[in-house]
Design a protein around this ligand. Structure first.
Ligand code: CTP
Length: 401
């Protein structure tokens, strides 16, 4: 079940966050609690630790907390960030991008949906500064669970009391459901290079890192899809929440993809599959001659094979997405490749650029579909992945079944 990051800030309502954590757990979620320093004046971390059975993150600089850059890790692992109670101070930091503690850094580092449940004194709640900060957050897509009215801890009567735990849990569950735009969809994504063996110790490979395919898989999984990744030899870590199948060569990748192709809603061939493979020597080749000639044979074109299968009616309704790594005439070649391989979408990237594409964390691509082209400018691969998955969702919506 998805992990919820629960940020607890320093308000009297902090004790109610214990109930919120329990409610989320009852709904089947893992809860990891992050407490600000002020929150610890109201509730002890041990209470949360005992309930969630996870260590509570209290300090950005505590030894161990950064061992695996914990806030970045939680930022990727969390399906949602909830801040309850959210003080005026915390909302202000979020609105203005100030990252001076673990929770505010987590907010900047995550791409998961964010829900806040503000709690503060009525006059603070009504203050123009707080109003504007909430407006900024709402515009950014943050969901606000409005505080309730009543007797406040400070003795005032009015609005500002933390919403009831049930209402906060309901808002979280609703946000998660809405975020699941690909729920029930099945994705098969290939990633990374293939290594084609020359002899028992040598191979022909390429510089693909697997990051682009992994980012697409992660994005689809974050939107609720059931994702299988077939990855060539890569060193970057696969995203959480996907089924991973590791392969080495093009033929092995073809077999792994074909065995799983049926019943997929979408297949994305992001892998840099070798086009040729050497005749593999059974013994290690010794350096006996001045020159050595390798004889290379064409590998099966997996994407073309999928296009053919679908054209012949064996993959009904599966959307096919390919990549085109080009060094010139990027769009024209991608269009030609899309027609030739009979696929719906080709993601074309110019691999002659040194700032994008292979082996770097950024990419710049053009999405080539039947109804036109769309350019996604230079951006981190995660962001490019979002654009690609958005386009896939649109194609799924308009596809004739
Ligand atoms: N691809 C594949 N099987 C192969 C080679 C490539 O499935 N044996 C897929 C890649 O995963 C990618 C797409 O085909 O989605 C395009 O690959 P690319 O290397 O850009 O072009 P090619 O089709 O190999 O054509 P060319 O080398 O002529 O540009």
């Amino acid at each position: 079940m998805p992990t919820i990051a629960l940020g607890v800030t320093g308000g009297i309502g902090a004790y109610k966050a214990v109930e919120v954590a329990r409610g989320l757990q009852k709904a089947g979620h893992e809860v990891v609690v992050v407490m600000t320093e002020a929150a610890r004046h109201f509730v002890g971390p041990l209470t949360f630790e005992a309930i969630t059975r996870h260590p509570v993150i209290t300090d950005q600089f505590a030894p161990g907390a950064n061992a695996d850059i914990a806030h970045i890790q939680l930022a990727t692992d969390a399906a949602l960030l909830l801040v309850a109670p959210a003080t005026a101070n915390c909302l202000g930091k979020m609105a203005h991008g100030i990252a001076d503690d673990f929770l505010s850094s987590l907010y900047l580092a995550t791409r998961a949906p964010v829900v806040v449940a503000p709690a503060m004194n009525t006059f603070m709640w009504e203050h123009d500064a707080v109003r504007r900060n909430l407006e900024v957050l709402r515009e950014r897509g943050v969901r606000v669970v409005e505080p309730g009215e009543g007797f406040l801890a400070c003795g005032w009567m009015g609005k500002g009391r933390l919403a009831e735990p049930d209402a906060i849990v309901a808002a979280v569950l609703d946000t998660l459901r809405k975020g699941a735009s690909l729920a029930g969809r099945r994705f098969l994504v290939t990633a990374g290079p293939t290594f084609e063996d020359i002899d028992p110790v040598r191979y022909v490979g390429n510089r693909s890192s697997g990051r682009m395919g992994f980012a697409i898989a992660e994005e689809a999984a974050a939107r609720g899809a059931e994702v299988t990744v077939v990855a060539g030899p890569v060193s970057v870590a696969p995203p959480p929440g996907v089924a991973l199948v590791r392969v080495r060569g093009a033929v092995e990748m073809r077999d792994a993809v074909m065995a799983r192709a049926k019943g997929q809603d979408v297949i994305v061939m992001a892998a840099a599959v070798a086009d040729y493979r050497p005749e593999r020597a059974t013994e290690k080749i010794a350096k006996e001659t001045q020159t050595l000639t390798l004889v290379l044979h064409r590998t099966p074109d997996i994407l073309e094979g999928l296009g053919r299968e679908r054209a012949e009616g064996r993959l009904p309704g599966t959307l096919l997405v390919g990549f085109a790594a080009e060094t010139s005439e990027v769009v024209a070649r991608a269009r030609e490749k899309r027609r030739r391989k009979q696929v719906d979408l080709v993601v074309a990237n110019d691999v002659s650029r040194s700032d994008a594409g292979f082996d770097v964390d950024a990419n710049a691509v053009v999405l080539v579909a039947e109804d036109g082209e769309q350019e996604l400018g230079l951006a981190p691969k995660r962001e490019i992945a979002r654009g690609i998955v958005d386009r896939i969702e649109r194609l799924l919506g308009t596809r004739k079944e």
